[in-house]
Design a protein around this ligand. Structure first.
Ligand SMILES: [Zn+2]
Length: 142
């Protein structure tokens, strides 16, 4: 039996999933495939400034696992920009955060950000402190 799949919590789906060198002639270079959980690790650690430990907690996975995910993601970015290969983000072992999880730090969380007020939107800066579930506002982006 294969090991049971361990879902990785992802708070925000990538707004763009296709990247590539601008103006490059389409050569025979292969696309670099990044999974959404790898994208999330990059987002949380490199953009939000989380430690790997915090990121692991946020995504609901082990610290040893996040290290592997993060290293893999970094390598893919490097391969893309160094070799000029297109980067595609999609798939992976993940589950979209519903914003209700107690470990969700709500940094850039697509669900927790929506509190049913006017500030609901992708660019809502500085979500206020405090917890509370807020209403599920729509079903998020798909
Ligand atoms: Zn979340």
């Amino acid at each position: 039996m294969p090991r049971p799949m361990k879902w990785r919590r992802v708070c925000s789906l990538p707004g763009n999933t296709e990247f590539g060198p601008i103006g490059a002639s389409a050569g025979g270079v292969g696309t670099v495939a990044m999974t959404v959980d790898e994208y999330e690790a990059i987002r949380l650690i490199d953009l939000e400034g989380m430690t790997q430990e915090e990121c692991a907690e946020q995504m609901g996975i082990a610290r040893t696992t996040i290290q592997r995910v993060y290293d893999g993601a970094r390598r893919k970015i490097a391969e893309s920009i160094v070799d000029g290969r297109p980067l595609h983000i999609g798939g992976g072992e993940f589950r979209l955060c519903d914003g209700d999880h107690e470990n969700c730090f709500r940094k850039g969380c697509a669900r927790a950000r929506c509190r049913g007020g006017d500030g609901c939107g992708p660019a809502a800066g500085g979500p206020g402190p405090g917890r509370g579930h807020g209403r599920r506002h729509g079903q998020g982006r798909t």
